[in-house]
Design a protein around this ligand. Sequence first.
Ligand SMILES: C[S@@+](CC[C@H](N)C(=O)[O-])C[C@H]1O[C@@H](n2cnc3c(N)ncnc32)[C@H](O)[C@@H]1O
Length: 444
Amino acid sequence: MANFFKASPKKSPVQKQITVTVNRLDQQGCGVASVGKKPLFIEGVLPGEVAQVNIYQQNNKYAKGKLVKLQKSSAEREEVKCRHYYQCGGCNLQHLQYPQQITFKQNKVEQLFARQNLAENLPWQQAIISNAWHYRRKARIGVQYNKRGEPVIGFRQRESNNLTAIKSCPVLTQEFTEVFIELRNILPKLSGKNAIGHVEVIAANENALVVRQLTKMSTADRRLWQKFSDKNHWLIFIDDGKQQLQLLNDELLLESHLLSYSLSDSVRIEFSSRDFIQVNHDVNQQMIAQALSWLNLKQDDVVLDLFCGLGNFSLPIAQKVKSVVGVEGVQTMVARATANAEQNALDNCQFFQADLNSGWSEQSWAQKRYSKVLLDPARAGAYEALTQLVKLNINTLLYVSCDPSSLACDAKLLIEYGYKIEKIAIMDMFSQTKHVETMVMFTL
Ligand SMILES: C[S@@+](CC[C@H](N)C(=O)[O-])C[C@H]1O[C@@H](n2cnc3c(N)ncnc32)[C@H](O)[C@@H]1O
């Protein structure tokens, strides 16, 4: 192959320290100032603030700076609660007062809708909010070792794959706020410590830890985990990468040991520690209540629940309507949703496995008539699924989204197909972070 000369990209010399005024927040909640004609991105600062900044990266298009000192601070600034905030990549809005976090999130959705020419007179409803702290009931905690061989346990640092050594985390539910200290005590004692990549914590009817260790665990290590379990009253599951998780202290591989959470309408949802669950229990309950109310469910409704997971929405809906069909990609979750319906004595639900991004013409459930549909896709959104769904001509469509960018694209498609936005609201599932959950009610 011929070789061509390629000039190496021009790098502007990295400046040391400058003082700037912050103009705005970007979509990720990062402060934006200017350096020359370029935007300068600085984490942890707010509009109107004057900051001394160290520029650590710059190219032809933008520069990045680190806050050194605030010379003037915003009236919207909040004292941060977490001592790891400026290193840990888990949260990025703690320095903004909570009501302004909600405004920021609603503005973010509004701006993304504006890019699709959809922002005019959006019918905003009150945001769903809950506890701003100690809300997270499921989280993955990384394990690494430093040069001295000491465990570093925590979440990824900002813009890095390295972990922040965390002592406590104020967004985890109270049961697990201090789990890091307990882990730091046990890990050095384990012969298989280097094989543990991460630990997952889950707060449900029982509190559980899932230890990801791909190699076989020694008897001595199992005993140590057993003591740890007894002391903290946490169930321990071992995830060795195979199909089934092992519940510690059980000679059998226990696929059947399920955790559960209850919804206020006396519905109980069982799940395996590998299944998706909504991480904020209280916001989840409010979100379901709002979905039921916006859908204005009637006894003769036939409802389609797409991306239904374990039946988190399907089962409470089924209590109010003639029948529900749930569709989900993961077969084990379909089986679990079916079992959940049975255990809650709901005989008007059916669940199907399907890849909703593929054609629906062969799907038996897609041949039925529905009066209402709810969809709750993953971050990528539901563009492909919507091109199929619009063929079913369902008048009432409720979209629950965990990513406002894909939601805005999907909303544009629905509007092109004749849907109108009736209601829209954000739901603060992930306080202190940039993540936004949104509910939109569309009608034909
Ligand atoms: C955000 S979760 C919502 C689950 C459920 N509605 C709930 O509230 O717990 C999205 C779900 O969509 C499923 N999913 C993702 N891509 C899919 C696809 N292409 N086809 C079918 N299901 C899919 C995931 O397995 C996951 O259960």
